[in-house]
Write a new protein. Structure first.
Length: 371
């Protein structure tokens, strides 16, 4: 019997990739999406959404639209969310409305609509700073940077004695440290879904996604993933803008690997009731990834512009320990960063994004959200 999957946010970047993969594997797919102009440009369904996916145009905060989308569904993959740390710090009601209230509407609507599995996209942002090791070998998980040091351009976290800390891979047992309204909303989504799953006996998995990149990202959205933002600048013959000194480290994971993790979570029971990291397991600096992207786009003359400024809500280092995903789901990243960036560069040929990075940066500065 063919199973039907509802993907909330299904016309978005990750959702559209997941829809295509599920259709090739014999699932029926329904996508609920409000086609927000900031992401989709206001021109109707995106061309990259597979026409075989049934699109329900509606908002996750609209109970009637959600109930229509849930009819006859066996599995729900909840991806619908407002994204972006910076914007979440001044559009608090909008972000909380979609990410927290929208999830509550979805879960209430599911009470009378039993499903076999629920998968929700959480985020690495809930960790705040990643895990660190002190010079004496102690592992430190409650690391926060002090505003006074940031204002002086002192970026690296220190221990109480002033020694620089070494970043290490972050596992799921690290306690959350919510540094932005976006992080708070993603934590709400994760916890509500896991609590719902426990209360109503619905096997539920929360996937803590790290920095996802790949074709079909919203290049004109200045609050999307950092690689898409850098690509938008480079394609407009402008240098990538980098906060702090560019040496902050992240974990960049291909959307193809994220889709694989979603399907494993749907089909395997090993992570039921748990939150699981989904990343590449590799650490790379923001400056390095900007330079590598410029290279694959033949824009090496556009060296990154390092602003030396701090953006409120940003963390210094965070990259994934993916051993739990490997053990519980059999997840193994298949796309190396160089290969993934080459794939991204191939898709970027012919794309004409609108560069809105300067206006977004000015908006944050005007609100006192950069130092």
């Amino acid at each position: 019997m063919t199973e039907r999957v509802l993907i909330t946010g299904g016309a978005g970047f990750i959702g559209s990739h997941l829809a295509r993969r599920l259709l090739t594997e014999g699932y029926e797919v329904r996508a609920l999406d409000n086609l927000t102009p900031q992401v989709h440009g206001g021109d109707g369904p995106p061309p990259y959404l597979d026409p075989e996916a049934q699109l329900v145009t509606g908002d996750v905060r609209d109970e009637n639209a959600v109930r229509r989308a849930l009819r006859g569904v066996d599995i729900v993959v909840h991806l619908a969310a407002r994204v972006g740390v910076g914007q979440s710090m001044y559009e608090l009601a909008a972000y909380s409305g979609v990410n927290t209230h929208g999830t509550a509407i979805l879960l209430e609507s599911m009470i009378g609509t039993p499903v076999r599995k629920l998968v929700v996209a959480s985020s690495m942002s809930i960790y705040g700073e990643g895990l660190y090791r002190a010079p004496d070998g102690r592992i430190m998980e409650d690391v926060e940077r002090v505003r006074e040091r940031l204002q002086q351009g002192e970026w690296e976290p220190e221990d109480p004695r002033g020694a620089i800390l070494e970043p290490v891979a972050t596992p799921e047992w690290k306690r959350p440290s919510l540094a932005s309204n976006y992080a708070l909303g993603k934590y709400d989504q994760e916890r509500m879904c896991l609590m719902f799953g426990s209360a109503y006996d619905v096997p539920t998995v929360a996937l803590r996604l790290f920095n996802v990149y790949g074709p079909d990202q919203a290049l004109s959205n200045p609050y999307t993933g950092v690689l898409a933002i850098f690509a938008s600048r480079l394609l407009n013959d402008r240098p990538p803008l980098i906060f702090e000194d560019g040496e902050q480290c992240r974990d960049f994971v291909s959307v193809r690997d994220v889709v694989s993790a979603c399907i494993l979570a749907m089909e395997q029971p090993g992570a039921d009731g748990r939150a699981v990291n989904v990343g590449s397991g590799m650490s790379v600096s923001v400056r390095e990834v900007a330079e590598r992207l410029a290279s694959v786009l033949d824009r090496t003359h556009l060296e990154p512009e390092v602003t030396g400024r701090y953006r409120v809500g940003d963390v210094r280092h965070c990259f994934a320990d993916i051993s739990l995903a490997a053990d519980a789901l059999g997840y193994t990243p298949a796309v190396a960063l160089d290969d993934g960036m080459a794939e991204l560069a191939e898709w970027l040929e012919g794309q004409v994004p609108t560069d809105q990075v300067d206006s977004a940066a000015a908006e944050l500065a005007a609100r006192g959200l950069t130092l």
